[in-house]
Design a protein around this ligand. Structure first.
Ligand code: EPZ
Length: 464
């Protein structure tokens, strides 16, 4: 396959995440009804960890349905920095990790992508040593990794942190990790994934208790099993891995992105538009679908992998508490908050997963929302209208929330700092334009005036 090789120095391969992303803005003329069908891309949070998992295999790995995202491009650069050969051809990514030249990921790449820390488990399992810079915090929280480190130590690794880098190595003649029983103080997605990957090549059996149950954990387990790993219980709170000496080549397709799907369901609800989307795995969206039904929308499964949203005539208030899966996903909190700003009544949103994931509140309030924050709780008092305004995106899901609010607002909303959006949504504006949304990506400073936009008659307000 004539793919495009990815090199460490190369800029992101995702066109909509060009280095200029932070000098571009999205201009959105709101209150346009949407219509039609949207294709959901492969899951970012599965693709990133599965790419790291490919380090476990000394043969060819072919990944399909890989989304074209800045984060995926960055993960490709990190893998190539340790000697992995990658070729990307549209959504197909060929990875060969047969000759790893180093076990150290460069700080300048790791600091831009937290998920790059996932490579520590596979490197340790494959080579018996790894040097990975601490990913550091980000906009939504401190993002510590002590659960990863403690788990690797339980598997027999010597781990110390020096000058911001985690140094891990396995003692003993064969430098092989040893299976162990690990209890996670918190069902961390990343720690579960790191330890599951490390355990696939360890000697003996590993049990991870209080494991994360997210669909992306199951996808990673299925990918590893397709390479010959022996993993049971992924998707439950107890995962059992029996180590094997070696894994083999695989051709694997990534699951659809449940968070992108949830974001588009909300795009339908907030613009009072009927939309359908596929592919989607409805079971991955149970909590989000339940909440949309609570506020009055109808969600119809047109086929096993097609969902349709039919917005009800009501936007009732509801309360949300983010929790580990299968609870309401923290990655949908900002988007749902945007929807609830137009609800009738007071909604209470409690963010329990990350300590600083309410930064979109200030920007939504600039658009006329009425939200008060106390600690990790936001009280959203529904208003009848939002008004377009210039706003700044603070993180990935906050960006999506501002796009959704802009789609519903009177007038034009200008969103800057698009580099956040491009990390996790594949050509979001193109997909929305195809649904009839009136938005464009332009250079910062482009005048949004004198663009004729037919105004939607607007939604009648209804009883809840
Ligand atoms: C994954 O992050 C996702 N990222 C996040 O998606 C998602 O929000 C999160 O899981 C929760 O579902 C990827 O998969 C690349 P965690 P991760 O470890 O693994 C604390 C998005 O928008 N914690 O489950 O980093 C941590 O600080 C992103 O797509 C420790 O205290 O999440 C957080 O408060 C954002 N010590 C909580 O656990 C540790 O050692 C959940 O973190 C590890 C985590």
């Amino acid at each position: 396959m004539e793919g495009k090789p990815i090199t460490p120095a190369q800029n992101s391969s995702n066109p909509s995440a060009s280095p200029e992303s932070d000098q571009e803005v999205l201009q959105i003329w709101g209150r346009q009804p949407l219509k039609g069908h949207v294709k959901i891309s492969g899951a970012k949070n599965s693709a990133l960890v599965v790419m790291a998992g490919a380090l476990l295999c000394p043969d060819d790995c072919r990944l399909r349905n890989v989304p074209g995202l800045a984060d995926v491009a960055r993960m490709g650069q990190i893998l190539s920095a340790v000697g992995v050969k990658l070729e990307q051809n549209a959504g197909v990514l060929d990875i060969n990790a047969s000759h790893l030249i180093d076990a150290q990921a460069p700080y300048e790449l790791v600091s831009q992508l937290r998920a790059s820390f996932f490579i520590i488990g596979p490197l340790l399992a494959r080579l018996g040593f790894a040097k990975v810079p601490l990913p550091g915090g980000c906009a939504i929280g401190a993002r510590p990794v002590e659960l990863h480190v403690r788990g690797l130590q339980a598997l027999g690794a010597e781990v110390h942190i020096d000058h911001g880098t985690v140094h891990a190595y396995v003692k003993g003649p064969n430098r092989r990790l040893k299976g162990a029983k690990i209890y996670l103080d918190y069902p961390s997605v990343g720690a579960t994934e790191t330890l599951m990957m490390a355990a696939t090549l360890a000697e003996g059996e590993t049990v991870i208790e209080n494991a994360a149950q997210e669909p992306e954990v199951i996808d990673l387990a299925n990918f590893c099993r397709a390479m010959g790993a022996k993993i049971q219980g992924a998707g439950t709170n107890t995962i059992v891995i029996s180590g094997v000496p070696r894994l083999h080549a695989v051709d694997y397709s990534i699951i659809p992105d449940r968070i992108e799907a949830g974001t588009f369901l909300i795009a339908g609800a907030i613009t009072n538009s009927e939309l359908s989307l596929s592919p989607v795995i409805p079971d991955h969206l149970t909590a989000v679908i339940a909440k949309l039904q609570t506020i009055g929308a109808k969600i119809i499964a047109e086929s096993p992998d097609i969902l349709r949203i039919v917005p009800g005539q009501t936007h009732c208030a509801t309360d949300i508490e983010t929790l580990p899966y299968p609870g309401f996903p923290t990655d949908m909190q900002a988007q749902f908050m945007a929807l609830l700003t137009l609800s009738e009544g007071d909604s209470i949103i409690k963010e329990t997963v990350f300590e600083n994931r309410l930064r979109h509140v200030a920007e939504l309030n600039r658009m006329g929302a009425d939200i008060r924050v106390k600690g990790n709780v936001a009280v959203v008092r529904g208003v009848s209208r939002l008004s377009g305004a210039p706003v700044i995106a603070t993180d990935l899901r906050a960006s999506a929330a501002l796009v959704l609010a802009g789609l519903a607002a009177d007038g034009v909303t200008t969103i800057s700092s698009l580099q956040h959006l491009d990390r996790g949504y594949e050509q979001l504006e193109v997909k929305l334009q195809k649904l009839g949304a009136n938005l464009r990506r332009v250079k910062e400073g482009t005048d949004a005036a004198n663009v004729h936009v037919p105004v939607n008659p607007g939604r009648s307000s209804l009883n809840c």
